[in-house]
Design a protein around this ligand. Structure first.
Ligand SMILES: C[S@@+](CC[C@H](N)C(=O)[O-])C[C@H]1O[C@@H](n2cnc3c(N)ncnc32)[C@H](O)[C@@H]1O
Length: 344
């Protein structure tokens, strides 16, 4: 007798959603993201197909479940930004500005940025670069998802009397910008937090005028190290990299921005990288602070214990305190990419 056919994909979708709801009620809050359980895909498949038969009988249904589960995960918890938004994160963003803005300005000038340009910064945080662009005579807009950051950014612009700096809340994937209206776009430390950096770049591409340029500065966190080696720095760096990988983002993505840009339809104009190192000074402990901020998010969701984090921070503090220990920050990759001119 022929075996019963597998359920239709539509039925599978219904069971997927109701299965998720049923599971959530049994999962402690600390193991959920926004009401969704953090169990792995294989557990979900097992839940929906307890005998395993459906799984083996219908490879295409299995693939569809995988795709649907992944996209469900991405749309609801994907792009989950692990760094905070409170005062401590504002302080961190101020330090990022102090360490990096000089090089950012040079890069933007190299990209052809001039007074009068329509400039948009994506993931602007507290808006340091947007305000600088406005102070140089650009019509500058800073876009971010985080309202808390935007409020501070706008307040600082008002205090500085910068009337051509605007800030508004939007997701980079749907920035609500007029198509082909932007001369220069900029983003720093944003693409590595995104599940779909190529889609983000496509959204930038759509907003740029033909011949307009996208400027990006993105991190490779795998380049953080100490010499003499600090086991604590190495372990927390790797924990954070792996945590990022598990949520579908790439903390070493800086080295791949040129590939993402090409895939999104850009021509590569310029690539470079720089790598801050310190033995002393106020910025030496910046990556101790940043790794801890990322790891605190992991403690909250239960993937790292507070006690282990405390031990690792103590180890990193030791390295920071020693004037003989060299601490290297992430390597920053720079990209200038051009939207091709319209063909005549
Ligand atoms: C590490 S911070 C960098 C901020 C700023 N670019 C800088 O260098 O100081 C990343 C910023 O991207 C924002 N962000 C994250 N995901 C975003 C998204 N999908 N759309 C817009 N902004 C986003 C965060 O709210 C945060 O302000």
């Amino acid at each position: 007798m022929p075996k019963k056919a597998a359920k239709s994909p539509v039925g599978a979708k219904e069971s997927l959603d109701s299965g998720l709801e049923r599971q959530v009620s049994h999962v402690p809050a600390s193991q959920t993201y926004q009401g969704l359980p953090t169990y792995r895909l294989t557990d979900l498949i097992r839940h929906l197909c307890p005998s395993g038969q459906l799984f083996w009988r219908s490879r295409s249904l299995h693939n569809q479940l995988c795709a649907e589960y992944t996209s469900h995960l991405m749309s609801s918890i994907g792009d989950k930004y692990l760094l905070g938004s409170g005062r401590s994160d504002h302080d961190r963003l101020r330090v990022i500005s102090a360490i990096h803005d000089g090089r950012t300005r040079e890069l933007l000038r190299k990209a052809g940025f001039v007074s009068g340009h329509r400039f948009v910064e994506f993931g602007c945080g507290l808006g340091y670069v947007t305000r600088w662009a406005a102070s140089e005579g650009a019509h500058a807009t800073g876009i971010d998802l985080n309202e808390d950051h935007l409020e501070v950014a706008a307040e600082l612009a008002r205090e500085a009397g910068l009337k051509t700096a605007q800030f508004r809340s939007a997701n980079i994937y749907e920035p609500e910008l007029e198509p082909e209206s932007v001369d220069v776009s900029y983003s720093r430390w944003l693409m590595v937090h995104l599940n779909k950096p190529v889609n983000a770049m496509r959204a930038i591409h759509a907003a740029l005028k033909p011949g307009g340029v996208m400027v990006c500065e993105e991190a490779d966190v795998s380049a953080v190290y100490a010499e003499p080696a600090s086991a604590a720095y190495a372990e927390l760096r790797d924990i954070c990299m792996e945590g990022a990988r598990q949520r579908g983002v790439d903390y070493s993505g800086g080295r791949r921005v040129h590939l993402w840009a090409k895939e999104a339809g850009f021509e590569i104009v310029h690539v470079d990288a720089y790598h801050p190192h310190y033995v002393t000074g106020e910025h030496k402990g910046f990556w101790n602070w940043t790794l801890r901020a990322v790891a605190l998010g992991m403690v909250k969701e239960g993937s790292l214990t507070a006690a282990r984090l405390e031990e690792l921070v103590a180890g990193m503090n030791e390295a920071d305190a020693s004037p003989d220990t060299l601490v290297a920050h992430c390597r920053m990759h720079q990209l200038i990419a051009k939207k091709p001119d319209t063909k005549i």
